[in-house]
Design a protein around this ligand. Sequence first.
Ligand code: KG4
Ligand code: ZN
Length: 335
Amino acid sequence: MSLIILGLETSCDETAVGVVRDGVLLSNVMSSQVDEHARFGGVVPEVAARAHVEAIRSLTHRALRDAGIHQLDLDAVAATRGPGLAGALMVGFSYGKALAWALGKPFIGIDHMEGHLFAPTLEHSRFEPPAIVLLASGGHSQIVHARAWGDYEVIGATIDDAAGEAFDKVARFLGLGFPGGPAIDLAAEGGDPAAIEFPRALPDRPTDLSFSGLKTAVVTYVRRHHAIGDLPPLADVAAAVQEAIVDVLVTKTMNAVGRTGVPVVAGGGGVLANRRLRKRLAEACVERGVTLFLPSPALCTDNGAMVAAAGAFRVQRGERTPADAEVDPSLRLGS
Ligand code: KG4
Ligand code: ZN
């Protein structure tokens, strides 16, 4: 059965809407609030919710227009139910429910992380579980064993900060602005990743991650070396920090491959847009004879099409989210 579905994503600081028809991306538009949050150095929940309210209607119209369809052509509507900021989530979730109700079509609430899991399908029709999926974003860092669609086991996770959070915190300390991931990615260009050896945490826990110690290590290193006047160039510091994060993500993802014997790796979440991470993952997968499916950078960061893709799977399985359902800011994959 053919299915055209609209996906709404408002869990954090991007209002994003996408339309997908039978697994094919028809449109994917977003309105980033980065400038509004940048002056605070991070996402302000109240500001995010208000900006979503202002953007969501016109953005939905734009997504439909770009897709070349009318809203009456939609067969279903999907929206992120969690995890994320409660007030921000409520905007897309309520708007999606209301739109579906007005159209008389099914509505489905989606786990944001399952959205990231589905993102590779939009460009790689061959991608399907079983797979080891590295999900790394501003709020989460997990290594997931996707046994089948809808059947996920989290086999490793961060015990403190997320990888994106580590990028953001270090970038703020280095005065590189917000969001920090893209800033460090850029600042590291031409830098020597081996210039400084920052710590790699939890070497004895094959698939678990930890990033809270990294920022402290960077702060200590920079202050000490600045004081004695031998601080390496910013590009070296950025490249070394990036390498410490990337190294751990790649090593632990490949550990998960070794442990499960699953020969397919995929990735999702904003951190997977990182150029060094993409390169190192690709090299590790070639070396191990493992197939890698990465979304292009624009589909790694938060977007509506990934929510639509996950929604299509669930609607086609006959799932529906009732009209009285609420958002779940602490939703966990597999729960
Ligand atoms: O998935 P995402 O767009 O939103 C969340 O669900 O959190 O991820 C955002 C995170 C931020 O921490 C941002 O700094 C990071 O992804 N990020 C990157 C890059 N682009 C975005 N981190 C490293 N390198 C990048 N190029
Ligand atoms: Zn995300």
